[in-house]
Design a protein around this ligand. Structure first.
Ligand code: ADP
Length: 281
């Protein structure tokens, strides 16, 4: 069953930048899909349209659907968009948590689907709600941080807390916008494993934009690549070739590509080191 449908989506920002050009993609329920592309290719803009945070260009043929409901149609956000957002867990590169609140309270805000100040302190949540939140924190491997202030967590722990919050929220879809961009390899691996875990065990559909292609190949069966606001590739991640990635990323490709990407000539030994470090992290 299709869970995200984007058809004929274009976005021109004020100033004339065409960030998305007639993009059409669909994602089935339970998929884990990587969104890759050079910086500025439109990954974040696409995610924000699916989340109903940005309105598309006016165009009768444009639609964005989540499940069987329209988020946008004809380039207008629908009245349902806000409601649909409750089914979506959105995880940004940073600033996902309210720093002054405890990790547990942050995760519990998933129960509310809105700003925690409305219910105030931890004491106002039910015992069952707290148990569910603690279980979610345990699933992403940071139960011991529950009572800490969110500001004391490392970047990777903060991302995992945001994933736990999406679980508590009962999200059917998680949209993660470069969640590992600023993390070291060991932390990035744990965040990707947490996303993979909720995908495999809870059937949550995950769409994750990634700068580092190696994580797409390792964790996501399918990759969608954007180039200058257009879909340049949509298929099995294992079908991504070194030539394609070199063309997609230009000069930056060497540092973005895992050495086991198939290519014609063997790569020099030194290029294997990042993969060894990654596997042992
Ligand atoms: P990515 O996530 O792939 O790095 P983005 O979706 O953030 O790319 O950006 C796509 C293009 O749209 C870029 O050229 C960016 O500068 C532009 N852009 C993004 N957001 C805005 C905005 N709010 N106003 C103007 N231009 C924007």
């Amino acid at each position: 069953m299709t869970t995200v449908v984007v058809e004929g989506l274009s976005k021109t920002f004020r100033g004339g930048k065409r960030a998305l050009k007639n993009v059409s993609v669909s994602v089935d329920r339970g998929e884990m899909v990587a969104l890759i592309g050079a910086s500025g290719s439109g990954k974040s803009t696409l995610i924000r349209h699916v989340a109903g945070l940005v309105q598309a260009d006016r165009n009768d043929g444009c639609k964005v659907m989540v499940g069987d409901r329209f988020v946008q149609t004809g380039g207008r956000l629908t009245a349902d968009a806000r409601d649909i957002r409750r089914d979506i867990g959105v995880i940004f590169q940073q600033f996902n948590l309210v720093n002054r609140l405890s990790v547990l309270t942050n995760v519990l805000t998933g129960v509310l689907g809105r700003i925690p100040a409305i219910r105030g302190t931890l004491g106002l949540f039910s015992r069952d709600e707290k148990i569910v939140a603690m279980q979610a924190l345990a699933r992403v491997g940071i139960a011991e941080t529950a009572r800490q202030r969110a500001s004391t967590l490392s970047g990777g722990q903060q991302q995992r807390a945001a994933i736990a919050r999406a679980m508590v929220q009962g999200a059917q879809i998680v949209l993660a916008d470069e969640p590992i961009a600023s993390l070291d390899p060991a932390s990035a691996k744990r965040v990707m494993e947490a996303l993979s875990e909720i995908n495999r065990n809870d059937g949550i559909t995950v769409i994750v934009s990634l700068h580092q292609v190696e994580y797409a190949r390792r964790y996501c069966p399918r990759t969608i690549a954007l180039r200058d606001g257009e879909v340049a590739f949509d298929g099995p991640s294992e079908a991504l070739t070194h030539d394609f990635l070199r063309e997609l990323y230009g000069d930056a490709s060497e540092e973005l590509v895992l050495p086991d990407v198939p290519e014609r000539a063997p790569r020099p030994q030194i290029a294997l080191q990042p993969a060894v470090a990654f596997a042992g992290a």
